[in-house]
Design a binder for this molecule. Structure first.
Ligand code: UDX
Length: 448
């Protein structure tokens, strides 16, 4: 099948590479000339395990190429995927500028029947807007070419996107057209062999499914964080509580890990957008609003614990930060808890020595050169001359530490663990003051 994908960002690249890999012919269009040049030279601008190999393999096979030529792209594919960004507007709503621009471009170049596939995460009602935008341009051109617009949201996790695309739990398609249904069955056929994962539904239901899925997951995280904070006040251990509730299959173990708040490109943006959609529909979503509030509070937790440990005396202190990415196996720092922490530390006059296996370049790009930030090349270098260690991301490489050595290395024996990686008793036995999330007495200040 011939497929065109607008947008060579994270979602567009994964979709393009995975569809090419099962034999489709794919053209990826992007307006960014530099990006297209880099991709055409086999250079992948984002870190996603397996993606670079998949792209180069399929480029070599002649099934995948990159161009800025929108006319060529529109002429090429029966399916025209829209996978461009939908950033948050100032009021939290999703900004549809790029999506509607692509719709216009398709309208400008369309000469035959096309199926427009909304892959970007877009608010309910966007498919109708895309339809209107294309129809308007066609009308200006004096054409009445047929087309359909369907919704096909993605459920990709960063760091596991290729696995999620190939072996995801479902493929949601919102359409009421048989023609679209058949085309989408053909497109995803190779990924739909083991069992039927295609869920066909109304366009608006598909659009809402994406937001509801992310908001539900974010709710689980904010809920467990709320209970963790309560556990601290009540002298309970959230890790025991987590096992206690997760063992009930109705609750389950996944997505109830307490921590320093969710980040990334999806949850924060999508929760805010859903709240905005609800507000605009005259039906404020109380729970969704609370999920967002709890999360922004949670992102301050690590700083609050440091503040408590040092009795507010953070000016002039050097704090080692392990983990900058919003989660392991990515270099993405969008809305990462590490950022709230570092920004608060700088405001309090402290210095940061940070290490991340993948995200140091991204950190340099975001914050530039500054006197109060040192980016270490190695994990343990970040500890040299540091008063305390804070763990923001649960990279595997952070799980094994010689605690005796850690106590001797840090100027003050303070470890703040935003991901509950260790046993409080083990750290205490090694003479460290260990502050985790929701772990009873481990939160009390132990420093004199
Ligand atoms: C998420 C969804 O999982 C995915 O289906 C959707 O398409 C996009 O958004 P992603 O943002 O890549 O994917 O990350 P995910 O692995 O889901 O983690 C999101 C955030 O939640 C991270 O900051 C993570 O640390 C946090 N999290 C996750 C918790 O704090 N506790 C948990 O139990 C799980």
């Amino acid at each position: 099948m011939k497929i065109t994908i607008f947008g060579s960002g994270y979602v567009g690249l994964v979709t393009g590479a995975c569809l090419a890999d099962v034999g489709h012919d794919v053209i990826c269009i992007d307006v960014d000339e530099q990006k297209v040049a880099r991709l055409s030279a086999g250079e992948v601008p984002i870190y996603e395990p397996g993606l670079e190999n998949l792209i180069s393999k399929n480029m070599a096979a002649g099934r995948l190429r990159f161009t800025t030529d929108a006319a060529e792209g529109v002429a090429f594919g029966l399916l025209q995927f829209v996978a461009v960004g939908t950033p948050s507007d100032e009021d939290g709503s999703a900004d549809l500028t790029y999506v509607l621009k692509v719709a216009e471009t398709i309208g400008q170049h369309m000469e035959s029947y096309k199926i427009i596939v909304d892959k970007s995460t877009v608010p309910v009602g966007t498919a109708s807007k895309v339809e209107r935008a294309i129809a308007k341009v066609l009308e200006q051109r004096g054409l009445s070419t047929e087309f359909d617009v369907c919704s096909n949201p993605e459920f990709l996790k960063e760091g596991a996107a290729i696995e999620d695309f190939s072996r995801g739990s479902r493929i949601v398609v919102g359409t009421d057209s048989e023609r679209v249904k058949n085309a989408m069955l053909e497109c995803y056929g190779p990924y739909n062999r083991q069992r039927d994962k295609m869920l066909f539904m109304g366009v608006r239901s598909a659009e809402l499914t994406k937001y509801a899925a992310n908001a539900m997951l974010a709710t689980k995280i904010s809920f467990i964080n709320e209970v963790a904070n309560l556990a601290e006040h009540l002298g309970a251990d959230i890790e025991e509580v987590r096992h206690g509730i997760g063992s009930d299959p109705r609750i389950g173990y996944s997505f109830i890990y307490p921590g320093c708040g969710y980040g990334g490109s999806c949850f924060p943006k999508d929760v805010k957008a859903l709240a905005h959609t609800a507000e605009a529909a005259g039906h404020p979503a109380d729970m969704v609003n609370a999920v967002e509030r709890v999360n922004s509070r949670q992102k301050n937790k690590l700083f609050e614990k440091l503040y408590e440990a040092f009795d507010g005396q953070l000016a002039g202190k050097t704090i080692a930060v392990w983990g900058l990415a919003f989660k392991p196996n990515t270099d993405d720092m969008r809305e990462a808890p590490s950022r709230s922490l570092m920004e608060s530390l700088w405001e309090a006059g402290a210095r940061v020595q940070a290490y991340d296996p993948e995200a140091t370049d991204e950190c340099r790009r975001l914050y530039g050169e500054r006197d109060d930030l040192v980016l270490a090349d190695k994990r343990d270098e970040a500890l040299e001359g540091a008063h305390a260690l804070v763990i923001c991301t649960e990279w595997k490489a952070f799980r094994t530490i010689d605690f005796e050595w850690l106590r001797k290395t840090l100027l003050e024996p303070v470890v703040i663990d935003g991901r509950n990686l260790f046993s409080p008793n083990t750290l205490k036995a090694a003479g460290l003051s260990y502050y985790a999330i929701g772990r009873g007495d481990s939160v009390r200040p132990v420093l004199a």
